[in-house]
Design a protein around this ligand. Structure first.
Ligand SMILES: [Mn+2]
Length: 480
């Protein structure tokens, strides 16, 4: 905020578009747009710079309004001072406020309901739109109102507010996900590259990051907007993507529309009362609602294999979601995988079943294998068994892969390591001896051992009577 406050609201930013972009022609009767910006205790200057950039860089005839939706902020600057500030724009910038905290997802739906434009275009509250960002997003919707469009998201550094292109103008990526429902981006598959004439033309994508997109307002509302059972934040990007694709629409990423976004360094807000009644991690509960609604049974199993505790979470009632899917005559998830996300399995193949999952306890010390909070690549350690899963939730699958979250465990002469799983593979080097409880690294031919004094982990010649080589899987469900 200190840096942002010092920077002009209407500063210039680098034009990061592909040089082809200025040469595209767009229709002159594009639909009118409500830019909907939800905020909760956003920094005043980052929020206002978002609005300034939209006003400065959108053709006024297509910008019906900027609709600010306050999700029950309590910062003083966002009360009267905000109302005073936006009055300079008259009715072009409108502010509505929630009477209690509703979370990002539900508040976006409120914004769409209140919007006056034909198209709703959602932005995060800390963005800067780039040169001529709006017409390229509207043109595909003008051609086909069942298309939703997504800009390319550049980075605005949260320490310096430097605007940086996410990647060069010649590269294109699209959104996919792994089976634990973590959002990923991948280069365009050859099937799409082959069919393209220009590097700068829009292309279809299975999903999107979630914050920034445009969609015909009535179409969005006819899809039931967002599932109102989704809480606060997370998973709504998938819910909308599956709904759009499986129920007859499509998603296009638009390289000529670039928007800068400040990626946060930490979570600067809490969930307030919204989180109190729920047991377990909110985001995983959201994912469960989404996959239980939109996945076919076969694919649901991959999610539960990757996220075993999700089976025990209470996701609430999804009967309304299933009714909608039925009523709109939506296609199967298998259809989506075959026709839209056909490149996903090349990176994240179908998952073999877990033979074991849970804490991996050392018989000698009753400590548990733990990532120690480090990100890959790093050494694994042991720590007090805490019974919450997270960094201690270990999975061994039928093909010898040991996994923690989206990462894998391997070993070398230095120790036992947390590594990036090899994309496109689901196998691993491990074999667990059910009788002797030793964990064998098949390629190296040694077993996981704990040092009795230092508690460091290493591979040692297998010794099935040595307690420091004995490990047992303790399957558990946390007391949420
Ligand atoms: Mn954001």
């Amino acid at each position: 905020m200190v840096v942002s406050d010092e920077i002009a609201m209407d500063r210039d930013i680098p034009d990061t578009r592909n040089p082809e972009c200025p040469h595209w022609q767009y229709p002159e009767d594009l639909p009118t747009t409500s830019v909907v910006i939800v905020f909760h205790n956003e920094g005043f200057s980052t929020l206002m710079r978002t609005v300034h950039s939209v006003i400065d860089r959108s053709p006024p005839q297509f910008l019906k309004e900027v609709l600010l939706v306050d999700d029950f902020s309590d910062k003083a600057a966002l009360k009267e001072p905000l109302e005073d500030y936006i009055s300079r724009w008259g009715s072009k910038v409108r502010l509505i406020r929630n009477k209690e905290r509703a979370g990002l997802i539900r508040t976006r739906t409120t914004g769409a309901e209140e919007a006056k434009g034909e198209v709703v275009l959602f932005l995060d509250a800390h963005c800067e739109v780039n040169r001529n960002w709006l017409p390229p997003l509207l043109a595909p919707i003008y051609r086909d109102k069942y298309t939703m469009t997504v800009p390319v998201i550049d980075g605005v550094d949260h320490d310096t507010f430097e605007y940086r292109p996410v990647y060069g103008a010649g590269s294109n990526f699209r959104g996919i996900f792994e089976w634990g429902m973590l959002y990923k981006e991948t280069e365009l598959p050859p099937e799409i590259e082959r069919s393209r004439e220009h590097q700068s033309e829009p292309y279809k994508a299975p999903t999107h990051a979630g914050g920034l997109f445009a969609i015909n307002r009535e179409y969005f509302l006819s899809l039931g907007a967002y599932d109102p059972g989704l809480l606060v934040w997370g998973g709504e990007n998938f819910e909308l993507s599956f709904k759009v694709w499986q129920c007859g629409g499509s998603i296009e990423w638009v390289p000529c529309s670039r928007v800068g976004h400040v990626y946060r360094g930490f979570m600067p807000y809490n969930f307030g009362k919204l989180a109190e009644k729920k047991k377990g991690p909110l985001i995983t509960i959201n994912y469960k609602r989404v996959i239980e609604t939109w996945f076919d049974d076969k694919y649901k199993e991959y999610f539960y294999t990757r996220e075993p505790l999700a089976r025990f979470l209470d996701m609430g009632d999804i009967s309304k979601q299933l009714e909608l899917k039925e009523r709109l005559n939506c296609k199967s998830f298998h259809w989506f995988m075959e026709n839209v996300a056909y490149d996903m399995l090349r990176k994240y193949p179908e998952l073999p079943k877990n033979i074991h999952w849970g804490e991996l306890r050392s018989a000698a010390t009753s400590r548990c294998l733990d990532t120690m909070g480090h990100s890959a690549p790093s050494f694994m350690g042991v720590a007090h068994c805490h019974g919450f899963g997270n960094n201690q939730l270990i999975r061994l699958n039928a093909e010898g892969q040991l996994g923690v979250g989206e990462r894998c465990i391997d070993a070398d002469g230095q120790g036992i390591k947390l590594i990036f799983c090899r994309l496109g593979t689901v196998d691993g080097p491990w074999q667990y001896d059910e009788q002797n409880h030793v964990m064998l690294h098949k390629r190296i031919g040694k077993c996981v051992a704990l040092h009795p004094q230092t508690y460091q982990l290493s591979l040692m010649p297998c010794d099935p009577i040595n307690n420091y080589q004995k490990w047992t899987f303790n399957q558990f469900v946390p007391k949420w």
